[in-house]
Design a protein around this ligand. Sequence first.
Ligand code: XLS
Ligand code: NI
Ligand code: NI
Length: 441
Amino acid sequence: MAEIFQNIPAIRYEGPASKAPLAFKYYHPDRVILGKKMSEHLPFAMAWWHNLGAAGKDMFGDATADKTFGAKAGTMAHAKAKVDAGFEFMQKLGINLFCFHDVDLVPEADTIDETNARLDELTDYILAKMKGTDIKCLWGTSNLFSNARFMNGAGSSNSVDVFCHAAAQIKKALECTVKLGGRGYVFWGGREGYETLLNTDMKFEQENIAALMKMAVSYGRSIGFTGDFFIEPKPKEPMKHQYDYDAATAIGFLRQFGLDKDFKLNIEANHATLAGHTFQHDLRVAADNGMLGSIDANQGDMLLGWDTDEFPFNVYDATLCLYEVLKSGGLSGGFNFDAKTRRPSYTYEDMFQAFVLGMDTFALGLIKAAEMVEDGRIDTFVKDRYASYAVTDIGQKIRAGEATLAECAAIASKHGAPELPGSGRQEYLEAVMNQILFGKA
Ligand code: XLS
Ligand code: NI
Ligand code: NI
């Protein structure tokens, strides 16, 4: 097999003093942090669509990068060249997982049967490539948003034929995921939402989305899929209102329709911020509900109001992300770089540089989050802040759900006007964070 990324060697850990662009400064897979190897804390994944597909095309301009990998675009030869490129890429970076949409793998044909035959051929090709490597599939999904037929959504479409087509794509994508040993299956409801209620029956649409998900669970389980289904919440873009607005909304939906046993969440940094939350907020909401499954690791730009899918460089946010992940006991899924290089970064070298940046950012985040946990000042502060519940009888009864309004009212009249609840000391805690992040300056 001819080397595609010539002149780019396998990327190694060289340590913080290295100035080599294509070397890890912080990601050291075998380094043990809180009793576990870095590589186990950080199961990194490559997103097929961005890394092997996205070539810099945007609403105003053409592609800037060449992602044909020596084949004619849109052919099965191209689909296979992407597999060759993807495996060489992952192996050179030491990444063992990938995520895909059906139409990232093969060009869509005129009929679903022909597309499915192409998927059979290509997944055979991937399976053969996987042999003798540690590379596995993190999750699969189906693209139910690009094709014009999905203009009004998939499960939420007004057209039953479109609904059935979406079901057919999900059926096949699930089969491909199982064939490739995927750990998860994602629903990102790109167009599951609406522009105006003047033409929309929201209740009808949400019931249909749930019905489609139920069919997916029942089919998936019947063909041996034992992993998690995930909803990937996002508030808007492409639709004005998307039903899976944020973690809290998605959890409510899953519980309403009895899907919460089979589903967890795939939290994407840039989607949380689009919803007006911090990344940490949506991670915490998911974790508190036992539904933090997987992460789409990217970052947005606070000055731009859309999903810019940048490779993460913000160590502060990565640290708070890993803090949530460590405290929740780790992910059943992984860290999928749902991210693309900026349009003017169009070379093969830029593709690798982007992953070095992202992996080092999350490695630093892990190192610093572990320091936060070991340091203990933040955890202790939070625990002490609620101590009045632990040290009083009434507090314990409230926590146990055994107190009544009358009992609380009796305490209130006995104790008189409460003292102020104690300083939140936010500035102190932010200084602790800075000391942990930059203390060795
Ligand atoms: C788009 C989403 C998408 C999902 C997979 O904003 O992030 O890439 O991760 O469909
Ligand atoms: Ni995503
Ligand atoms: Ni996204």
